[in-house]
Design a protein around this ligand. Sequence first.
Ligand SMILES: *Cc1c(COP(=O)(O)O)cnc(C)c1O
Length: 311
Amino acid sequence: MDWPEINVETQTLILPVFEELGIEVAMLREDLIDSEISGNKWRKLKYNVLKAEEKAVDTLLTFGGAFSNHIAATAAAGKRFGLKTVGVIRGEDDDTNPTLQKAKADGMELYFVSRTDYRDKNLEEFKAHLRDRFGFYHAVPEGGSNFLGVNGCMETLKPDHEKYNYICGACGTGTMMSGIILSLKPHQKALCFPVLKGDFMHDEINNHLLQFLQDEVAVEDYQDQFEVINTYHGGGYAKVNAELVDFIQWFKAETNITLDAVYTSKLVRGVIEEAKKGKFQRGDKVLIIHSGGVQGNLGMNTRLGLNLPVS
Ligand SMILES: *Cc1c(COP(=O)(O)O)cnc(C)c1O
């Protein structure tokens, strides 16, 4: 199988705050890679799909919450590249959930499990149960957060992006930013903005780096090339307040770019706040990765009665 190579545009963000500070800020439109297999999920799935082909299994099995971008992307990738897909979903089916309904329409078999079973999904007993039930498959962890996922994300930055000295991205599992960090040039630094509350992302990223580099000393050498900025999760994962909704609408009006409510809006807010606080120097060039996820706004709108842009 040939995995399509797609080059997306890098869009300069013309905002007064950046102009006043004398910094150039642009957004890498990974959200435009594909309308269904969006953003970093495209990159994280690439080598997983190719691995399934190499192992000659016809099924991808993966895990996620009910509004997961990764579930949506895996279902669409299965349909696109001719693989069966199974989604092990935390919680129950819901006819009003657009992510789950779309996944089903794309042919994904959904297997709903309790929160306890979901938490224990890596236990041998549960894995054996899945093997019995679904046969041979290539398993992709929640969020596509394996070695192959990191590998795919190492292809995000292109030679054109070498002019940027800061690369900013949102983190859920830290897989994408680990791939980014591993692909940086020496003059570049990654700023990682977790959307989960807590202080574990630095370790998470180091674990991904170690898996890739297989050498503690080599991981040490990367420590100056990234920073985790933990203060922009906005109350925690998928927490949305009126201010964030206003921000998404404001950004759409200014740039015509739709941000998602879980990841990229919190990222961009973080970058703007950090810029105001003097993080960057005049002349710095900052690249923000739009990692996709806009499908999630549909679910936010139905669940919370919001009016977020969805395309
Ligand atoms: C999944 C996702 C992320 C998080 O990526 P990780 O590799 O898990 O850190 C970021 N942005 C969007 C839009 C996503 O869907």
